[in-house]
Design a protein around this ligand. Structure first.
Ligand code: G1P
Length: 295
């Protein structure tokens, strides 16, 4: 079992300005909940018990969200607002939260390195705080990754999905060869290649499991042109050293919802709102009316 997760949430979210000027992108709502709540609920449903957030300036609201708020609870109790109290049940999630700060924006690899002491000698999950897996985060991908990690005695398991070729420059892209079962062996991985450079259209989908070896690799990675330490470059080093790096494809119903840019944020919001058990039907009618107007 993998019990610990590092959740990097230190990025500036510049692609979502002005919404993210003074609030973390991970706190933007998707339908009813902030993005990071979906991520945490998914992790807990997959057996994660300890979660380290790697934060930065302006990220205090993430910490507040997972803290209890006795004043708010008291007011809701006094008003007998049972349905609203039920909305705060996530505060009882069986997870321990830890927070550390990445003091300078030096890339995803550097953010993960901030979790080295937290992970210790145990394998660790890295879950990107701006990616939800599956509609309403109903995904068991992390449990399957953990099983694969143990069964294959891998050094790294990466959740992957195919992306359109014109989008490969947004992702970590890998070259793979078939392995046994439903995994693929990663032979090479490149961060944000051009379409010409890309060895495939298989992209990193925001969840990774690593053995502690990854931290040595990250420490050896040289900064890129933007002075960032890329996690992808550390994974490439694992491949070069002959370590077992495997990719696991996400099932269609656990696809990755990327919140890092407006087009996919809008789309995700609408899809999650349409699936809302209480308001979904009503919202569908309004949306259909709106769309009919545009014709
Ligand atoms: C990061 C990773 C990239 C990965 C992507 C989505 O990029 O560096 O390899 O494909 O997340 O999981 P970012 O979106 O932070 O630029």
């Amino acid at each position: 079992m993998i019990r610990s997760a590092i959740v990097p949430v230190a990025g500036h979210g510049t692609r979502l300005l002005p919404a993210t000027k003074s609030q973390p992108k991970e706190m933007l709502p998707v339908a009813r909940k902030p993005i990071v709540q979906y991520v945490v609920e998914e992790l807990v449903a997959n057996g994660i018990e300890e979660i380290l957030f790697v934060t930065g300036r302006n990220k205090a609201s993430i910490e507040n969200h997972f803290d209890s708020d006795p004043e708010l609870t008291r007011v809701l109790h006094a008003g007998n607002k049972k349905d609203l109290l039920a909305e705060l049940e996530f505060e009882e999630l069986e997870a321990h939260f830890f927070y550390t700060r990445q003091r300078f924006q030096r890339g995803l690899g550097d953010a993960v390195l901030c979790g080295q002491n937290f992970a210790g000698e145990q394998p660790v999950l890295v879950a990107l705080g701006d990616s939800i897996l599956g509609l309403h985060a109903q995904s068991k991908a992390v449990s399957r990754m953990a099983k694969l990690f143990e069964d294959k005695r891998a050094s790294c398991i990466i959740a992957v999905e195919e992306v359109p070729w014109e989008d490969v420059h947004h992702y970590g892209i890998m070259d793979v060869i078939p392995s046994d079962g439903d995994s693929l062996r990663v032979t090479r991985i490149i961060e944000k290649p051009s379409r010409e450079e890309a060895p495939s259209n298989l992209a990193v989908a925001g969840r990774y499991i690593f053995s502690p070896l990854i931290f040595d690799m990250i420490s050896r990675v040289k900064p890129d042109k933007r002075n960032e330490i890329q996690l992808t470059d550390a994974i490439q080093m694992l491949c070069e050293e002959g370590k077992r790096v495997l990719a696991m494809k996400l099932e269609p119903d656990e696809r990755r919802y990327d919140i890092g840019n407006f087009p996919s944020y809008f789309e995700t919001f609408v899809e999650f709102a349409l699936a809302d058990p209480q308001y979904g039907c009503e919202f569908r009618v309004s949306l259909e009316k709106l769309l009919a107007k545009g014709k």
